[in-house]
Design a protein around this ligand. Structure first.
Ligand SMILES: *[C@@H]1O[C@H](CO)[C@@H](O)[C@H](O)[C@H]1NC(C)=O
Length: 166
C-alpha cells in the first residue's frame, strides 16, 4: 500500500485546472451575453441582438427604448384626456426621452457615474407613468401594457449600464 507522491501532485493540478476552467466559462458567459445581468433577460436579448460589447449593447438598448418611447408618445397624444393618467405619461415620457439622450452622451464620454444617474431618472419617469395610470384606474388597455414594457426596458438599460466601465 504505497502512495505515489506524484499522483497526489497530479491530482491537485487536475483539480486546479478544473476549477479555473469553470470560472473561465462563467466569465466567458457574462462576456458574450451582457443580458445575464438584466432583470428581464429575454426582453434584453431581443433588444441588443447579439451585441457583446457592453458599451455598444447599452447604447443599442437605450436607442431602442427611445424609439419605442417616441412611438408611445404619439399614441398618448391621440388617446389623451386632459387630466388623465395618459397626460402624466406624456410629460414623463418627454422627460425620460431627455434623460436617455443625456445617457447616450454619458456612454460616449465614458462617464459611468452620470450614466447611472440619468438612467435612474428615466426609470423613475416610466414608473411615475404607470403609477398615474393605476391611480386613475386606466390599467385595462394596451397603452398601460406598453408603458410597462418601457419600464422593463429602462430597467434593463440600467442593469447593462453597470457593466460600462466607470
Ligand atoms: C446627465 O448627463 C449629462 C450629460 O449628458 C450631465 O451633464 C449630467 O450631469 C448628468 N446628470 C447627472 C445627474 O449626472
Amino acid at each position: 500500500m504505497s502512495i505515489n507522491p506524484h499522483m497526489t501532485v497530479l491530482g491537485a493540478i487536475f483539480l486546479l485546472l478544473a476549477i479555473s476552467s469553470q470560472s473561465a466559462v462563467a466569465l466567458k458567459v457574462s462576456f458574450i451575453d451582457p443580458c445575464t445581468v438584466a432583470d428581464f433577460p429575454a426582453l434584453c436579448r431581443g433588444t441588443i441582438k447579439g451585441q457583446t460589447n457592453v458599451n455598444a449593447a447599452t447604447d443599442v438598448a437605450i436607442r431602442e427604448l427611445m424609439k419605442r418611447t417616441r412611438h408611445a408618445k404619439e399614441i398618448a397624444k391621440k388617446e389623451m384626456k386632459r387630466d388623465g393618467g395618459v397626460a402624466t405619461c406624456l410629460s414623463n415620457f418627454n422627460s425620460a426621452f431627455d434623460n436617455l439622450d443625456k445617457a447616450l452622451t454619458n456612454i460616449k464620454e465614458n462617464d459611468g457615474f452620470s450614466l447611472n444617474i440619468n438612467l435612474s431618472a428615466a426609470l423613475t419617469d416610466y414608473d411615475t407613468c404607470s403609477d398615474a395610470m393605476k391611480e386613475t384606474r386606466e390599467t385595462n388597455n394596451v397603452f398601460y401594457k406598453s408603458a410597462g414594457v418601457l419600464y422593463q426596458m429602462a430597467d434593463n438599460c440600467l442593469a447593462l449600464s453597470t457593466l460600462v466601465k466607470q
